[in-house]
Write a protein that binds this ligand. Structure first.
Ligand code: ZN
Length: 133
C-alpha cells in the first residue's frame, strides 16, 4: 500500500550551488549528501514535514540525470511514493500495463529499495516506488 509522498526528486547541475536556495532562501537544513552508484547520481536530502526534497546531481555524462538535464534543464525529475510492499506495487503496475523501468527493486539512497515506472505510462511523471530497507 502507498503510504505517502516520500520525496520529490529535483535534477540540478550542481548540489553545491542549488543547496544555497534551499538553505538560505527556504531556511531548510541539508541532512546528508550521498552518492548512489547504481543511479550515477549524488543526492542531497532536505526534510519538509514528513516529506523530503532530494536534489539529484549527475556523477558522470552517462548518468540518467545528465541526460535529463541536457533535454529538459533543471527541475522536478520524479515523485517518490513510500510503500510498505514494493513488489506488490510493481506487480499491480505491471498488471495494468505500466512500463517498469526496474522490474525488481534496486538500491537507492538512504538504504531504501526503489523502482521506477516509466513516465510514458504514468501520464508524464517519472514515478518512483520506495520502501524502507
Ligand atoms: Zn527518488
Amino acid at each position: 500500500m502507498i503510504k505517502k509522498i516520500d520525496h520529490l526528486g529535483i535534477a540540478v547541475h550542481s548540489i553545491a550551488r542549488a543547496r544555497l536556495f534551499y538553505e538560505e532562501v527556504l531556511g531548510l537544513t541539508c541532512e546528508r549528501v550521498e552518492e548512489v552508484a547504481s543511479q550515477m547520481v549524488r543526492t542531497a536530502f532536505f526534510t519538509v514535514g514528513e516529506t523530503h526534497i532530494e536534489l539529484l546531481e549527475p556523477t558522470g555524462p552517462d548518468s540518467p540525470i545528465a541526460r535529463f538535464l541536457a533535454k529538459r534543464g533543471e527541475g522536478i525529475h520524479h515523485i517518490g511514493y513510500l510503500s510498505d510492499n514494493i513488489e506488490e506495487e510493481l506487480d499491480r503496475a505491471d498488471e495494468h500495463g505500466c512500463q517498469l523501468i526496474n522490474e525488481k527493486p534496486v538500491a537507492g539512497a538512504g538504504g531504501k529499495r526503489i523502482a521506477f515506472l516509466h513516465p510514458g505510462s504514468t501520464h508524464g511523471v517519472l514515478t518512483e516506488i520506495c520502501s524502507k530497507g
